[in-house]
Design a protein around this ligand. Structure first.
Ligand SMILES: [Mn+2]
Length: 368
């Protein structure tokens, strides 16, 4: 069956459960997932509306008409031009379709400005968040989606191998990030899935640091955390490479993180709760005396977005099922000294889980 027809049926089942009359999608991963049309959000109102009864339709600026016709699974497109008021047009379309007095689930990332305009123009609509309803569909990946995430992951794996040869003391973090992004695109990626992290020395102890002008020195760790997008699907991996020889402490911390990450992978299997992975990983790090330096959850789901359901945290009651894709990425961060993080993406299988990243996790000395 056509993938978009299948997804439409799935979302309609959920809409029925929640007693919704329509779903309104804004330019987002959800819009791409449901229609095959991808664009970034802008000040021009562009929506896909999925009514419970009747056919879905787009309301879109004239300049997008051709692209939507080419890419989207939805055939009805109501266009507006730059001289018109799109909210008035939306109101008359909803009147025509008998939808002005209805319960609508809206995309979580819809701009407040646009949602407020809609609610002020069509006053009888009542709104709820689409969030969990569509996430519960998106968190189980199809084989086609799994293959795309694997391809995206193989791109970043290759880039790590490349960087092992390229990174030398004296380069800045930004230079390294630029080369990583170039190498990703060279391998077919549309662009980075998020801002590339190159954290050298003490910057590696800041988990969400990006990349700066700091010069990489010998005897330091450099944390590379980055992802590609491939046909919309993200990858996300972290390797901590050692430029020059590590100290005993660096080696000790590295091996604790590596072991903890492997424990996470061994724990992941269908039927357990996501929090059990976090617990297994965290208890090992605690037992080694570094518990207070592991300051974030163990992982996050990934697909069209780099962070999505299921989240692998100490409070996540989500029961793992085959087809769920997420990261396992413990870290230890010693402020002012250095940080270590190791991250793989895994997919839950019938028996356990499969790693999508294949690059070595052994302590690797480079740049000499
Ligand atoms: Mn990650």
């Amino acid at each position: 069956m056509d993938v978009y027809k299948f997804r439409l049926d799935q979302i309609k089942d959920k809409m029925q459960e929640k007693d919704l009359d329509a779903v309104m999608l804004f330019p987002s991963a959800n819009l791409y997932y449901m229609t095959g049309f991808e664009t970034s959000a802008s000040e021009r109102l562009l929506l896909a509306v999925i009514p419970m009864d009747g056919e879905p339709f787009f309301i879109a600026p004239k300049l997008f008409e051709g692209q939507i016709r080419k890419e989207a699974s939805i055939k009805e497109i109501i266009v507006w031009n730059d001289e018109e008021n799109p909210y008035h047009i939306l109101r008359s379309v909803l009147e025509e379709k008998n939808l002005t007095d209805s319960r609508v689930a809206v995309d979580d990332t819809m701009w407040a400005e646009q949602l407020l305009h809609i609610s002020q123009t069509i006053t009888k609509l009542s709104f709820t968040q689409l969030g969990q309803l569509i996430n519960s569909i998106r968190e189980i990946k199809s084989q086609v989606e799994i293959d795309l995430i694997k391809k995206s992951s193989s791109i970043v794996d290759d880039v790590i191998e490349e960087m092992k040869k390229i990174i030398k003391p004296g380069m800045t973090e930004i230079e390294v990030a630029a080369l990583m992004e170039y190498e990703m695109r060279k391998r077919g990626s549309e662009g980075p899935a998020f801002e590339t992290i190159v954290g050298s020395g003490f910057n590696g102890a800041l988990p969400h640091y990006n990349a700066g002008e700091r010069v990489i020195k010998s005897g330091e760790f450099v944390v590379l955390d980055f992802g590609a997008t491939y046909k919309g699907y993200c990858s996300d991996t972290t390797r901590t490479l050692c430029v020059g020889e590590p100290t005993d402490k660096m080696e000790e911390v590295y091996n604790i993180v590596k072991k903890a990450q492997e424990i996470g992978i061994k724990t992941a299997k269908p039927g357990i709760k996501a929090k059990e992975i976090d617990k297994a990983v965290r208890s090992y790090i605690e037992q080694k005396g570094y518990g207070e330096y592991f300051t974030h959850r163990t992982g996050h789901g990934l697909g069209l977005q780099v962070h999505e359901e299921p989240y692998i945290s100490g409070i996540s009651e989500t029961v793992l099922q085959p087809g769920m894709v997420f990261s396992i990425e413990p870290g230890i961060y010693l402020e002012g000294e250095f940080g270590v993080r190791i991250e793989d993406i895994v997919v839950v299988t019938e028996e356990g889980c499969e790693r999508m990243n294949k690059t070595s996790k052994d302590l690797t000395v480079i740049g000499i």
